[in-house]
Design a protein around this ligand. Structure first.
Ligand SMILES: Cc1cc2nc3c(=O)[nH]c(=O)nc-3n(C[C@H](O)[C@H](O)[C@H](O)COP(=O)(O)OP(=O)(O)OC[C@H]3O[C@@H](n4cnc5c(N)ncnc54)[C@H](O)[C@@H]3O)c2cc1C
Length: 445
Protein backbone atom coordinates (compact mmCIF):
# COMPACT_ATOMS: atom_id res chain seq x y z
CA UNK A 1 0.00 0.00 0.00
CA UNK A 2 2.78 2.43 0.97
CA UNK A 3 4.65 1.62 -2.23
CA UNK A 4 1.49 2.26 -4.27
CA UNK A 5 0.97 5.64 -2.60
CA UNK A 6 4.59 6.61 -3.11
CA UNK A 7 4.50 5.79 -6.80
CA UNK A 8 0.99 6.73 -7.82
CA UNK A 9 -0.12 10.36 -7.53
CA UNK A 10 -3.58 9.20 -8.67
CA UNK A 11 -3.82 6.82 -5.72
CA UNK A 12 -2.87 9.67 -3.36
CA UNK A 13 -5.42 12.01 -4.96
CA UNK A 14 -8.14 9.33 -4.65
CA UNK A 15 -7.21 8.78 -1.02
CA UNK A 16 -7.68 12.49 -0.26
CA UNK A 17 -11.12 12.38 -1.90
CA UNK A 18 -12.02 9.34 0.20
CA UNK A 19 -10.85 11.10 3.38
CA UNK A 20 -12.89 14.17 2.40
CA UNK A 21 -16.05 12.11 1.87
CA UNK A 22 -15.53 10.21 5.11
CA UNK A 23 -15.12 13.38 7.15
CA UNK A 24 -18.14 15.00 5.50
CA UNK A 25 -20.31 11.98 6.19
CA UNK A 26 -18.92 11.17 9.65
CA UNK A 27 -21.54 13.27 11.48
CA UNK A 28 -24.26 11.31 9.66
CA UNK A 29 -22.70 7.99 10.59
CA UNK A 30 -22.57 9.03 14.25
CA UNK A 31 -26.14 10.30 13.98
CA UNK A 32 -27.33 6.93 12.62
CA UNK A 33 -25.35 4.89 15.16
CA UNK A 34 -26.61 6.98 18.08
CA UNK A 35 -29.96 8.37 16.98
CA UNK A 36 -31.54 11.04 19.13
CA UNK A 37 -34.89 9.88 20.55
CA UNK A 38 -36.88 12.50 18.71
CA UNK A 39 -39.52 10.53 16.80
CA UNK A 40 -40.05 13.64 14.68
CA UNK A 41 -40.35 11.95 11.33
CA UNK A 42 -38.34 11.71 8.14
CA UNK A 43 -38.37 15.34 6.97
CA UNK A 44 -37.15 16.81 10.23
CA UNK A 45 -34.39 14.21 10.42
CA UNK A 46 -33.50 14.90 6.79
CA UNK A 47 -33.33 18.64 7.45
CA UNK A 48 -31.05 18.06 10.46
CA UNK A 49 -28.83 15.77 8.38
CA UNK A 50 -28.49 18.51 5.72
CA UNK A 51 -27.55 21.02 8.43
CA UNK A 52 -24.83 18.71 9.74
CA UNK A 53 -23.40 17.95 6.31
CA UNK A 54 -23.37 21.67 5.49
CA UNK A 55 -21.51 22.42 8.72
CA UNK A 56 -18.97 19.66 8.04
CA UNK A 57 -18.46 20.97 4.47
CA UNK A 58 -17.96 24.48 5.81
CA UNK A 59 -15.43 23.33 8.42
CA UNK A 60 -13.53 21.43 5.71
CA UNK A 61 -13.19 24.62 3.66
CA UNK A 62 -10.50 25.68 6.12
CA UNK A 63 -8.48 22.61 5.14
CA UNK A 64 -8.90 23.29 1.42
CA UNK A 65 -7.59 26.84 1.74
CA UNK A 66 -4.84 26.18 4.30
CA UNK A 67 -2.21 25.50 1.61
CA UNK A 68 -1.51 22.02 2.96
CA UNK A 69 1.36 21.08 0.69
CA UNK A 70 0.50 17.39 0.52
CA UNK A 71 -3.06 18.07 -0.62
CA UNK A 72 -2.07 20.93 -2.94
CA UNK A 73 0.59 18.82 -4.64
CA UNK A 74 -2.05 16.23 -5.58
CA UNK A 75 -4.36 18.60 -7.43
CA UNK A 76 -2.83 22.06 -7.90
CA UNK A 77 -4.15 25.28 -6.42
CA UNK A 78 -6.58 26.02 -9.30
CA UNK A 79 -8.46 22.79 -8.86
CA UNK A 80 -8.52 23.06 -5.07
CA UNK A 81 -9.94 26.59 -5.24
CA UNK A 82 -12.50 25.58 -7.86
CA UNK A 83 -13.54 22.70 -5.59
CA UNK A 84 -13.65 25.12 -2.63
CA UNK A 85 -16.00 27.40 -4.60
CA UNK A 86 -18.35 24.64 -5.75
CA UNK A 87 -18.55 22.86 -2.38
CA UNK A 88 -19.21 26.23 -0.69
CA UNK A 89 -22.18 26.77 -2.97
CA UNK A 90 -23.44 23.25 -2.29
CA UNK A 91 -23.06 23.87 1.48
CA UNK A 92 -24.87 27.21 1.13
CA UNK A 93 -27.81 25.57 -0.66
CA UNK A 94 -27.99 22.96 2.09
CA UNK A 95 -27.97 25.74 4.69
CA UNK A 96 -30.98 27.29 2.93
CA UNK A 97 -32.87 24.03 2.43
CA UNK A 98 -32.28 22.96 6.07
CA UNK A 99 -34.69 25.52 7.63
CA UNK A 100 -36.94 25.63 4.53
CA UNK A 101 -37.95 22.00 5.18
CA UNK A 102 -38.81 22.84 8.77
CA UNK A 103 -40.82 25.91 7.72
CA UNK A 104 -42.84 23.80 5.28
CA UNK A 105 -43.39 20.73 7.47
CA UNK A 106 -43.81 22.67 10.75
CA UNK A 107 -45.16 26.14 9.85
CA UNK A 108 -45.05 27.21 13.51
CA UNK A 109 -41.22 27.28 13.26
CA UNK A 110 -41.58 30.35 11.02
CA UNK A 111 -41.88 32.32 14.27
CA UNK A 112 -38.15 31.70 14.73
CA UNK A 113 -37.56 34.28 12.00
CA UNK A 114 -38.84 37.00 14.29
CA UNK A 115 -35.27 37.89 15.22
CA UNK A 116 -35.71 40.02 18.40
CA UNK A 117 -38.12 37.47 19.91
CA UNK A 118 -36.35 34.35 18.70
CA UNK A 119 -34.24 32.19 21.04
CA UNK A 120 -30.45 32.55 20.84
CA UNK A 121 -30.03 29.30 18.87
CA UNK A 122 -32.31 30.64 16.12
CA UNK A 123 -30.62 34.05 16.15
CA UNK A 124 -27.27 32.31 15.67
CA UNK A 125 -28.69 30.37 12.72
CA UNK A 126 -29.94 33.58 11.08
CA UNK A 127 -26.62 35.37 11.62
CA UNK A 128 -24.65 32.37 10.34
CA UNK A 129 -26.78 32.30 7.18
CA UNK A 130 -26.33 36.05 6.64
CA UNK A 131 -22.55 35.73 7.09
CA UNK A 132 -22.53 32.89 4.58
CA UNK A 133 -24.69 34.89 2.14
CA UNK A 134 -22.33 37.88 2.41
CA UNK A 135 -19.40 35.55 1.68
CA UNK A 136 -21.04 34.07 -1.39
CA UNK A 137 -22.07 37.48 -2.80
CA UNK A 138 -18.70 39.19 -2.19
CA UNK A 139 -16.85 36.25 -3.72
CA UNK A 140 -18.94 35.71 -6.86
CA UNK A 141 -19.29 39.43 -7.60
CA UNK A 142 -16.04 40.76 -6.05
CA UNK A 143 -14.89 42.44 -9.26
CA UNK A 144 -18.33 43.90 -10.11
CA UNK A 145 -18.57 45.24 -6.53
CA UNK A 146 -15.05 46.66 -6.97
CA UNK A 147 -13.76 45.11 -3.75
CA UNK A 148 -9.92 45.06 -3.79
CA UNK A 149 -8.35 41.64 -3.24
CA UNK A 150 -6.80 42.17 0.21
CA UNK A 151 -9.87 43.62 2.00
CA UNK A 152 -11.92 40.88 0.34
CA UNK A 153 -9.56 38.18 1.62
CA UNK A 154 -9.58 39.59 5.18
CA UNK A 155 -13.37 39.87 5.25
CA UNK A 156 -13.71 36.40 3.71
CA UNK A 157 -11.80 34.89 6.64
CA UNK A 158 -13.82 36.82 9.24
CA UNK A 159 -17.14 35.89 7.63
CA UNK A 160 -16.07 32.24 7.35
CA UNK A 161 -15.18 32.08 11.05
CA UNK A 162 -18.48 33.76 11.93
CA UNK A 163 -20.55 31.46 9.72
CA UNK A 164 -18.96 28.25 11.03
CA UNK A 165 -18.77 29.42 14.67
CA UNK A 166 -22.40 30.58 14.72
CA UNK A 167 -23.51 27.43 12.87
CA UNK A 168 -21.83 25.32 15.52
CA UNK A 169 -23.36 27.49 18.26
CA UNK A 170 -26.77 26.94 16.65
CA UNK A 171 -26.23 23.16 16.69
CA UNK A 172 -25.18 23.24 20.35
CA UNK A 173 -28.15 25.45 21.19
CA UNK A 174 -30.63 23.06 19.58
CA UNK A 175 -28.94 20.40 21.69
CA UNK A 176 -31.07 17.50 20.48
CA UNK A 177 -28.15 15.96 18.63
CA UNK A 178 -25.03 17.64 19.94
CA UNK A 179 -26.15 17.07 23.53
CA UNK A 180 -24.77 13.53 23.35
CA UNK A 181 -21.21 13.01 24.46
CA UNK A 182 -19.65 11.50 21.34
CA UNK A 183 -21.41 13.87 19.02
CA UNK A 184 -20.23 16.81 21.08
CA UNK A 185 -16.69 15.36 20.99
CA UNK A 186 -16.85 14.92 17.20
CA UNK A 187 -18.09 18.44 16.54
CA UNK A 188 -15.74 20.03 19.06
CA UNK A 189 -12.93 18.22 17.20
CA UNK A 190 -14.16 19.71 13.91
CA UNK A 191 -14.33 23.20 15.32
CA UNK A 192 -10.97 23.01 17.09
CA UNK A 193 -9.40 21.69 13.86
CA UNK A 194 -10.81 24.61 11.87
CA UNK A 195 -9.65 27.09 14.53
CA UNK A 196 -6.18 25.55 14.56
CA UNK A 197 -5.94 25.89 10.76
CA UNK A 198 -6.85 29.57 10.91
CA UNK A 199 -4.31 30.23 13.65
CA UNK A 200 -1.70 28.22 11.75
CA UNK A 201 -2.24 29.96 8.41
CA UNK A 202 -2.70 33.50 9.72
CA UNK A 203 -0.29 33.57 12.69
CA UNK A 204 1.97 30.55 13.20
CA UNK A 205 3.09 30.08 9.59
CA UNK A 206 3.80 33.81 9.04
CA UNK A 207 5.72 33.86 12.33
CA UNK A 208 7.77 30.85 11.18
CA UNK A 209 8.46 32.67 7.91
CA UNK A 210 10.08 35.55 9.81
CA UNK A 211 12.75 33.02 10.85
CA UNK A 212 13.65 32.44 7.19
CA UNK A 213 13.94 35.87 5.61
CA UNK A 214 15.28 36.73 2.15
CA UNK A 215 17.02 39.89 1.00
CA UNK A 216 16.34 41.58 -2.31
CA UNK A 217 19.57 41.26 -4.30
CA UNK A 218 18.54 43.26 -7.34
CA UNK A 219 15.58 44.45 -9.38
CA UNK A 220 16.18 44.23 -13.11
CA UNK A 221 13.90 45.81 -15.73
CA UNK A 222 12.77 43.43 -18.49
CA UNK A 223 10.86 43.91 -21.69
CA UNK A 224 7.06 44.05 -21.45
CA UNK A 225 6.79 46.09 -18.22
CA UNK A 226 8.13 43.16 -16.22
CA UNK A 227 10.71 43.39 -13.42
CA UNK A 228 12.95 40.57 -12.29
CA UNK A 229 13.05 40.51 -8.51
CA UNK A 230 16.06 38.49 -7.35
CA UNK A 231 16.12 37.26 -3.74
CA UNK A 232 18.89 35.70 -1.69
CA UNK A 233 18.14 33.60 1.41
CA UNK A 234 19.46 35.27 4.54
CA UNK A 235 20.75 32.99 7.32
CA UNK A 236 19.34 29.78 5.78
CA UNK A 237 19.62 27.75 2.58
CA UNK A 238 16.42 28.78 0.79
CA UNK A 239 14.54 26.08 -1.08
CA UNK A 240 14.86 24.15 -4.30
CA UNK A 241 11.71 23.84 -6.40
CA UNK A 242 10.35 22.08 -9.41
CA UNK A 243 10.65 24.43 -12.39
CA UNK A 244 7.23 25.98 -13.03
CA UNK A 245 6.18 26.17 -9.37
CA UNK A 246 5.23 29.35 -7.52
CA UNK A 247 5.55 30.89 -4.05
CA UNK A 248 3.68 33.49 -1.99
CA UNK A 249 5.80 36.60 -1.66
CA UNK A 250 5.62 39.18 1.13
CA UNK A 251 7.84 42.22 0.82
CA UNK A 252 9.18 44.80 3.12
CA UNK A 253 6.29 44.86 5.51
CA UNK A 254 5.71 42.39 8.34
CA UNK A 255 4.65 38.94 7.08
CA UNK A 256 1.84 39.02 9.64
CA UNK A 257 0.10 41.41 7.27
CA UNK A 258 -2.11 39.95 4.57
CA UNK A 259 -0.08 41.41 1.70
CA UNK A 260 1.24 38.23 0.24
CA UNK A 261 1.04 37.65 -3.49
CA UNK A 262 1.60 34.50 -5.56
CA UNK A 263 4.36 34.58 -8.21
CA UNK A 264 5.95 31.82 -10.27
CA UNK A 265 9.66 31.47 -9.84
CA UNK A 266 11.41 32.37 -13.10
CA UNK A 267 14.87 31.11 -12.10
CA UNK A 268 16.52 27.71 -12.17
CA UNK A 269 14.80 25.44 -9.64
CA UNK A 270 18.11 23.84 -8.68
CA UNK A 271 19.59 27.12 -7.38
CA UNK A 272 18.12 28.01 -3.99
CA UNK A 273 20.86 30.60 -3.39
CA UNK A 274 19.15 33.00 -5.82
CA UNK A 275 15.43 32.84 -6.41
CA UNK A 276 14.02 35.09 -9.13
CA UNK A 277 10.53 36.23 -10.03
CA UNK A 278 9.40 38.04 -13.18
CA UNK A 279 6.72 40.47 -12.05
CA UNK A 280 4.50 42.49 -14.36
CA UNK A 281 3.29 45.85 -13.08
CA UNK A 282 -0.50 45.70 -13.14
CA UNK A 283 -1.74 46.94 -9.74
CA UNK A 284 -0.84 48.64 -6.47
CA UNK A 285 1.59 45.93 -5.26
CA UNK A 286 3.23 45.00 -8.54
CA UNK A 287 3.63 48.68 -9.57
CA UNK A 288 5.92 49.12 -6.55
CA UNK A 289 8.36 46.34 -7.45
CA UNK A 290 10.52 48.63 -9.60
CA UNK A 291 11.17 50.90 -6.59
CA UNK A 292 12.22 48.13 -4.18
CA UNK A 293 15.72 48.80 -2.84
CA UNK A 294 18.34 46.04 -2.72
CA UNK A 295 18.63 44.79 0.87
CA UNK A 296 14.86 44.96 1.46
CA UNK A 297 13.57 42.02 3.46
CA UNK A 298 11.25 39.55 1.80
CA UNK A 299 9.49 36.36 2.92
CA UNK A 300 8.49 33.37 0.85
CA UNK A 301 5.92 30.67 1.43
CA UNK A 302 6.49 27.89 -1.06
CA UNK A 303 7.10 26.15 -3.30
CA UNK A 304 3.59 25.24 -4.44
CA UNK A 305 1.98 24.06 -7.66
CA UNK A 306 1.85 21.15 -10.06
CA UNK A 307 2.56 23.14 -13.24
CA UNK A 308 5.91 21.49 -13.74
CA UNK A 309 7.61 19.33 -16.34
CA UNK A 310 9.29 17.50 -13.48
CA UNK A 311 6.47 14.96 -13.20
CA UNK A 312 6.92 13.94 -16.87
CA UNK A 313 10.43 12.57 -16.98
CA UNK A 314 9.30 9.79 -19.35
CA UNK A 315 7.74 12.05 -22.02
CA UNK A 316 9.41 12.50 -25.41
CA UNK A 317 9.32 16.32 -25.32
CA UNK A 318 7.33 19.42 -24.44
CA UNK A 319 5.18 22.06 -26.10
CA UNK A 320 5.19 25.25 -24.00
CA UNK A 321 2.61 27.93 -24.79
CA UNK A 322 2.98 31.34 -23.14
CA UNK A 323 1.20 34.65 -23.40
CA UNK A 324 2.85 37.83 -22.00
CA UNK A 325 4.02 37.43 -18.41
CA UNK A 326 2.83 33.81 -18.53
CA UNK A 327 6.36 33.15 -19.76
CA UNK A 328 7.77 33.23 -16.18
CA UNK A 329 7.19 29.58 -15.11
CA UNK A 330 8.10 28.45 -18.63
CA UNK A 331 11.35 30.43 -18.50
CA UNK A 332 12.18 28.56 -15.29
CA UNK A 333 11.39 25.23 -16.99
CA UNK A 334 13.69 26.06 -19.92
CA UNK A 335 16.54 27.43 -17.80
CA UNK A 336 16.49 24.39 -15.52
CA UNK A 337 16.32 21.98 -18.48
CA UNK A 338 19.27 23.77 -20.15
CA UNK A 339 21.48 23.48 -17.10
CA UNK A 340 20.49 19.84 -16.61
CA UNK A 341 21.43 19.23 -20.26
CA UNK A 342 17.97 17.85 -21.02
CA UNK A 343 18.21 16.72 -24.68
CA UNK A 344 14.49 16.33 -25.36
CA UNK A 345 12.83 18.71 -27.86
CA UNK A 346 11.11 21.84 -26.51
CA UNK A 347 8.76 23.91 -28.66
CA UNK A 348 7.84 27.35 -27.27
CA UNK A 349 4.89 29.18 -28.82
CA UNK A 350 4.96 32.64 -27.29
CA UNK A 351 2.35 35.37 -27.83
CA UNK A 352 3.35 38.99 -27.11
CA UNK A 353 1.85 42.41 -27.76
CA UNK A 354 4.82 43.67 -29.80
CA UNK A 355 8.36 42.56 -30.62
CA UNK A 356 9.71 45.07 -28.10
CA UNK A 357 7.45 43.61 -25.41
CA UNK A 358 8.79 40.05 -25.65
CA UNK A 359 9.89 39.41 -22.06
CA UNK A 360 13.23 37.51 -21.80
CA UNK A 361 13.61 37.78 -25.60
CA UNK A 362 17.42 37.76 -25.66
CA UNK A 363 17.75 35.18 -22.86
CA UNK A 364 15.44 32.82 -24.73
CA UNK A 365 17.58 33.15 -27.87
CA UNK A 366 20.63 32.22 -25.80
CA UNK A 367 18.85 29.14 -24.44
CA UNK A 368 18.52 27.84 -28.01
CA UNK A 369 22.26 27.20 -27.96
CA UNK A 370 21.99 24.95 -24.93
CA UNK A 371 18.68 23.18 -25.65
CA UNK A 372 16.84 21.52 -28.51
CA UNK A 373 14.51 24.55 -28.46
CA UNK A 374 12.34 25.95 -31.23
CA UNK A 375 10.67 29.30 -30.54
CA UNK A 376 7.65 30.58 -32.45
CA UNK A 377 6.89 34.21 -31.60
CA UNK A 378 3.33 35.33 -32.30
CA UNK A 379 3.17 39.13 -32.34
CA UNK A 380 -0.14 40.93 -32.02
CA UNK A 381 0.94 44.36 -33.28
CA UNK A 382 3.79 43.53 -35.63
CA UNK A 383 5.91 46.01 -37.58
CA UNK A 384 5.63 45.90 -41.39
CA UNK A 385 8.96 44.11 -41.72
CA UNK A 386 7.98 41.29 -39.29
CA UNK A 387 8.15 37.99 -41.17
CA UNK A 388 6.91 35.73 -38.38
CA UNK A 389 3.47 34.85 -37.04
CA UNK A 390 1.06 37.68 -36.24
CA UNK A 391 -2.22 38.00 -34.36
CA UNK A 392 -3.19 35.54 -31.66
CA UNK A 393 -2.02 32.04 -30.75
CA UNK A 394 -4.94 30.29 -32.43
CA UNK A 395 -5.78 26.90 -33.87
CA UNK A 396 -4.07 27.65 -37.20
CA UNK A 397 -0.79 28.60 -35.54
CA UNK A 398 -0.93 25.58 -33.25
CA UNK A 399 -1.74 23.19 -36.09
CA UNK A 400 1.19 24.52 -38.08
CA UNK A 401 3.80 23.92 -35.37
CA UNK A 402 2.78 21.22 -32.89
CA UNK A 403 4.03 17.69 -33.68
CA UNK A 404 1.84 15.52 -35.91
CA UNK A 405 1.77 12.79 -33.30
CA UNK A 406 -0.17 14.89 -30.75
CA UNK A 407 0.13 12.51 -27.82
CA UNK A 408 3.92 12.35 -27.97
CA UNK A 409 4.44 15.54 -25.94
CA UNK A 410 3.19 17.19 -22.77
CA UNK A 411 1.64 20.66 -23.26
CA UNK A 412 2.04 23.49 -20.73
CA UNK A 413 -0.02 26.70 -21.09
CA UNK A 414 0.32 29.89 -19.07
CA UNK A 415 -1.31 33.09 -20.36
CA UNK A 416 -4.22 35.45 -19.85
CA UNK A 417 -7.52 33.62 -19.16
CA UNK A 418 -8.97 34.28 -22.65
CA UNK A 419 -5.89 32.90 -24.41
CA UNK A 420 -5.73 29.89 -22.07
CA UNK A 421 -9.35 29.01 -22.82
CA UNK A 422 -8.99 29.35 -26.58
CA UNK A 423 -5.67 27.46 -26.70
CA UNK A 424 -7.12 24.67 -24.56
CA UNK A 425 -10.10 24.37 -26.91
CA UNK A 426 -7.87 24.46 -30.00
CA UNK A 427 -5.58 21.74 -28.63
CA UNK A 428 -8.60 19.61 -27.87
CA UNK A 429 -9.91 20.13 -31.44
CA UNK A 430 -6.51 19.19 -32.79
CA UNK A 431 -6.63 15.87 -30.96
CA UNK A 432 -4.23 16.54 -28.09
CA UNK A 433 -5.27 14.24 -25.23
CA UNK A 434 -6.65 16.28 -22.29
CA UNK A 435 -4.39 14.37 -19.92
CA UNK A 436 -1.39 15.90 -21.73
CA UNK A 437 -2.50 19.52 -21.21
CA UNK A 438 -1.39 21.43 -18.08
CA UNK A 439 -2.37 24.99 -17.27
CA UNK A 440 -1.36 27.65 -14.75
CA UNK A 441 -3.90 30.39 -14.04
CA UNK A 442 -2.51 33.65 -12.71
CA UNK A 443 -5.90 34.80 -11.45
CA UNK A 444 -7.11 32.94 -8.39
CA UNK A 445 -10.13 35.10 -7.57
C1 LIG B 1 -0.08 30.71 -9.28
C2 LIG B 1 0.14 32.16 -9.68
C3 LIG B 1 1.36 32.53 -10.24
C4 LIG B 1 1.56 33.85 -10.63
N1 LIG B 1 2.75 34.20 -11.19
C5 LIG B 1 2.96 35.44 -11.61
C6 LIG B 1 4.20 35.82 -12.21
O1 LIG B 1 5.12 35.02 -12.34
N2 LIG B 1 4.34 37.10 -12.61
C7 LIG B 1 3.35 38.04 -12.46
O2 LIG B 1 3.55 39.20 -12.83
N3 LIG B 1 2.16 37.70 -11.91
C8 LIG B 1 1.94 36.45 -11.46
N4 LIG B 1 0.75 36.12 -10.87
C9 LIG B 1 -0.29 37.16 -10.73
C10 LIG B 1 0.01 38.03 -9.50
O3 LIG B 1 -0.17 37.31 -8.31
C11 LIG B 1 -0.92 39.24 -9.51
O4 LIG B 1 -0.69 39.96 -10.68
C12 LIG B 1 -0.64 40.16 -8.33
O5 LIG B 1 -0.93 39.51 -7.11
C13 LIG B 1 -1.46 41.43 -8.50
O6 LIG B 1 -1.35 42.22 -7.35
P1 LIG B 1 -1.56 43.80 -7.41
O7 LIG B 1 -1.86 44.27 -6.02
O8 LIG B 1 -0.39 44.46 -8.07
O9 LIG B 1 -2.76 44.01 -8.40
P2 LIG B 1 -4.31 44.15 -8.11
O10 LIG B 1 -4.84 45.12 -9.10
O11 LIG B 1 -4.56 44.41 -6.64
O12 LIG B 1 -4.87 42.70 -8.41
C14 LIG B 1 -5.10 42.24 -9.71
C15 LIG B 1 -5.63 40.82 -9.59
O13 LIG B 1 -4.57 39.98 -9.09
C16 LIG B 1 -5.11 39.03 -8.14
N5 LIG B 1 -4.51 39.31 -6.82
C17 LIG B 1 -4.26 40.51 -6.26
N6 LIG B 1 -3.71 40.36 -5.05
C18 LIG B 1 -3.62 39.04 -4.84
C19 LIG B 1 -3.15 38.25 -3.76
N7 LIG B 1 -2.65 38.80 -2.65
N8 LIG B 1 -3.22 36.89 -3.87
C20 LIG B 1 -3.74 36.32 -4.98
N9 LIG B 1 -4.20 37.00 -6.03
C21 LIG B 1 -4.14 38.35 -5.97
C22 LIG B 1 -6.61 39.23 -8.10
O14 LIG B 1 -7.19 38.34 -9.05
C23 LIG B 1 -6.77 40.65 -8.57
O15 LIG B 1 -8.02 40.87 -9.15
C24 LIG B 1 0.53 34.81 -10.45
C25 LIG B 1 -0.68 34.43 -9.89
C26 LIG B 1 -0.87 33.13 -9.50
C27 LIG B 1 -2.18 32.74 -8.88
Amino acid sequence: MRRLLMHSPIAVALLWILAYLLITLLPLVVMVLHPAPSGRGFWVEFSVALGFIALALMALQFVLTARVNRIESSYGIDILLQFHRYTSIVAFLMVLVHPAILFITQPETLQLLNFPQAPLRAQMAVLATLAFLAMVITTIWRKQLKIPYEPWRASHTILAVLAVGLGFGHGLGVGNYLGYFWKAVLWSGFMLGALWLILYVRLIKPWMMTKRPYLVEEVIPQRGDVWTLALRPYGHNGFTFNPGQFAWLTLNITPLSMREHPFSMSSNGDHPERIEFGIKAIGDFTERIKDIEPGTRAYLDGPYGVFTTELYWDTAGFVLIAGGVGITPIFSILKTAAERKDDRPFLLIYGSKSWDDVTYREELEELKEKLDLEIVHVIRKAEDDWAGETGYVDKDVLEKYIPRHRGSRQYFICAAPVMMDSVERALFDLGVPVTHVHMEHFNLA
